[in-house]
Write a protein that binds this ligand. Structure first.
Ligand SMILES: [Zn+2]
Length: 312
């Protein structure tokens, strides 16, 4: 049985029946978009292939699926980047930034199923975009691959970049937010803390998977209004965020049952083996040994937690 998956960007369903032909299944599996650790892994995976190399050309791959959003249109984009040298590849929240010497930068948002690849795509039919690079006589390519086509690829000038990534759109990065900012920003909202952690304007980079894991490690119930958290509890969230996002990056992110997320060499991440609550509902809590992991829905997203470990 195959069901269509809602294509909503802000509230994608967590549990869906996989519609993907190369991963047929009859039971619901988890699907989750890449978050900070997965995007950081993509950045690290392609950095050496870009930095210091010159863009000999770019091309659109022969993909017959829904096209990804591109800005500006391809002919203009190509004109703006050909011949440019890449100065850096960095991450901003859940986006990849490829900075060119001209001051313009590619901003790539993988969204649900986008990947940055050096070689060996999961399949060729979902390759979307190719950067052809040269350094001296060496030539190589990097690809953007996207099965569902919800990813976006932009080439922005400095003003556009500032508007696109500015504080009206994105809060501080989850790895860079200070203790004071954590307190000020969480206290400002009455929303449940789990919902607040997903707000990219409040803190950028955390998504549905890591929000559940962070609150579990903090010992905080996901339904507690953020404004009611004490300074001590917010400090726990701050510490757990750093620990978990760094750990998950060391493990190259989480590849879930749908098998979508891969590193730049088309290999699985392995942090999924370290999850304590995410998609473990009905199973005993490995932290306390007594509780059972529960699943609730908050802001149309699944939240997983242990009521014994995580207090209101
Ligand atoms: Zn527990």
């Amino acid at each position: 049985m195959r069901l269509a998956v809602l294509a909503g960007l802000d509230a994608p369903p967590l549990t869906v029946v996989q519609p993907i032909s190369d991963h047929p299944t009859t039971s619901p599996v988890s699907i989750s978009m890449p978050e900070l650790p997965e995007v950081e892994t993509m950045v690290r995976g392609v950095r050496a292939a870009f930095e210091g190399h010159r863009l000999a050309d770019v091309s659109l791959c022969d993909c017959h699926c829904r096209p990804i959003l591109m800005q500006p249109d391809f002919p203009r984009l190509r004109e703006l980047c050909i011949g440019q040298k890449v100065s850096s590849v960095t991450r901003r929240a859940k986006r990849i930034l490829i900075q060119l010497e001209s001051g313009a930068a590619f901003v790539i948002e993988p969204r649900m199923t986008g990947l940055m690849l050096l070689s060996d795509p999961p399949d060729e039919s979902h390759l979307r975009f190719e950067w052809k690079l040269t350094q001296g006589r060496k030539r190589h390519s990097v690809w953007f691959w996207d099965r569902r086509g919800l990813g976006t690829l932009r080439l922005l000038d400095p003003d556009q970049l500032a508007a696109h990534l500015g504080p009206e759109k994105l809060g501080p990065d989850a790895l860079e937010m200070t203790a004071d900012e954590w307190v000020a920003r969480l206290r400002r909202t009455d929303r449940p803390v789990k919902v607040a952690l997903l707000d990219q304007k409040l803190v950028a980079g955390i998504g549905n998977l890591y929000a559940s894991e962070i609150l579990h490690r903090s010992g905080i119930h996901p339904e507690v209004p953020a404004s009611r958290l004490t300074g001590k509890r917010i400090a726990k969230i701050h510490a757990a965020t750093l620990e978990i996002l760094h750990e998950a990056t060391r493990y190259e992110g989480s590849t879930l049952g749908d098998g979508t997320y891969r590193n730049a060499l088309n290999k699985d991440g392995s942090y999924q083996n370290k999850h304590r609550v995410y998609a473990r509902h009905g199973q005993p809590c490995v932290t306390c040994g007594n509780g059972e992991i529960q699943r609730i829905v908050q802001a149309q997203r699944s939240t997983f937690f242990c009521a014994r470990c995580q207090k209101r």
